[in-house]
Design a protein around this ligand. Structure first.
Ligand SMILES: NC(=O)c1ccc[n+]([C@@H]2O[C@H](COP(=O)([O-])OP(=O)(O)OC[C@H]3O[C@@H](n4cnc5c(N)ncnc54)[C@H](OP(=O)(O)O)[C@@H]3O)[C@@H](O)[C@H]2O)c1
Length: 316
């Protein structure tokens, strides 16, 4: 039976990946910073088959020995942990860059040490998008990289952290005997399994409640489709290099207007191009389904007012 370790198992995306792995019969190791923190990680223990096939390990990304202990006996590692800040970060070096960059190096070193065969590193669309040289109106594919100096100049430290970590992960694979695949997801939407709200769900909620009203272009993907993509590139022996994972793009005002009408047609532009992943066999659900399920989840969690018709929770 295959044994896989997921880093940051209690997080928004990682929780769905753990659930998917369990449903496919995997033995799953999950790293968390505090296995006793029921508020953050209690939901993992309630997943179907978790009692028999999920084992949690205490590990910070900056602790190489703890990572080695978690990876021992695993064929694969899905490296998902990385800080995702909600707002201004006072000390980007300590809060973002070190855990993302040194953390990824530690993960890869620990994989080599414990003879893991394949690693999937979850990067970000923000390692693709901040490229002022890219021709306007041309979809960005895997050859497009965020310009690190440009990202630093506009203090986009999250993008800097993800871009450097991803470049180094792919370089590592060229040097050492380890297969490394990276996945660059768009902004992730869809229901949460965890009980504490993550930064990007909070961002979505702030658009739903009209707390934020900017009109940024946002490529989107559903968390369940992303989980399938992560497992697809892990399992498929043909997967190579970098994969963009994005369903469609919307300007946020347009997206909020769409939410109001709960549209039915499959639409949206493509800012990030996922052809490489689609060719590998990935597919994604209509955005309508993501919106309906997210709103239901936010209502159940008490984050949106229940019982009122959905558009009344929005001001636009
Ligand atoms: N959400 C999105 O829209 C989006 C889009 C593109 C890429 N991504 C990437 O997807 C991954 C997961 O993001 P998410 O949205 O699921 O965020 P999340 O719920 O905040 O999960 C982040 C996870 O990283 C862990 N972590 C942070 N710093 C750590 C450290 N020093 N040591 C160990 N664990 C650490 C957190 O652990 P604690 O619970 O202990 O804090 C948490 O489990 C990240 O790599 C992110 O860059 C997310």
């Amino acid at each position: 039976m295959k044994r896989v370790c997921v880093t940051g198992a209690g997080g928004y995306i990682a929780s769905w990946v753990v659930k998917l792995l369990l449903s496919k019969g995997y033995m799953v190791h999950g790293t968390v910073r505090d296995p006793c923190d029921e508020k953050k990680n209690g939901h993992l223990k309630k997943l179907e088959d978790a009692e028999e096939r999920l084992q949690l390990f205490k590990a910070d990304l900056l602790d190489y020995e703890d990572l080695c202990a978690a990876f021992a006996g695993c064929n694969g590692v899905l490296h998902i942990a990385s800080p995702v800040p909600g707002r201004h970060v006072p000390n980007p070096q300590v809060e973002l860059l070190d855990p993302a960059i040194l953390g990824t190096q530690n993960v890869l070193n620990a994989c080599l040490k414990t003879k893991v065969e394949k690693v999937v590193v979850v990067s970000s669309g923000s390692a693709v998008l901040l490229n002022p040289e890219w021709p306007a109106n041309q979809e960005m594919d895997e050859s497009c990289w965020t310009d690190i100096e440009y990202a630093k100049s506009i203090e986009q430290w999250y993008a800097v952290s993800k871009t450097i970590a991803e470049i180094e992960a792919l370089e590592y694979a060229k040097r050492d005997d380890l297969t490394v695949i990276t996945v660059c997801p768009a902004l992730v939407i869809g229901p949460m399994l965890q009980s504490t709200i993550n930064s990007t769900s909070l961002l979505l909620l702030s658009y739903m409640k009209a707390i934020r009203t900017d009109n940024s272009e946002r490529p989107l993907v559903d968390v369940r489709d992303l989980s399938e993509a992560i497992l697809l590139v892990f399992e498929n022996p043909e997967s190579k290099g970098r994969y963009i994972c994005s369903a469609c793009s919307y300007r946020t005002r347009e997206f909020v207007a769409k939410m109001k009408s709960i549209f039915t047609e499959k639409s949206g532009r493509a800012l990030l191009n996922s052809k490489k992943l689609l060719d590998l066999g990935w597919n994604y659900r209509p955005l309508e389904e993501s919106i309906v399920d997210t709103v239901k989840n936010f209502e159940e969690a008490g984050l949106l007012e229940k019982g009122k018709p959905f558009p009344s929770t929005l001001r636009f």
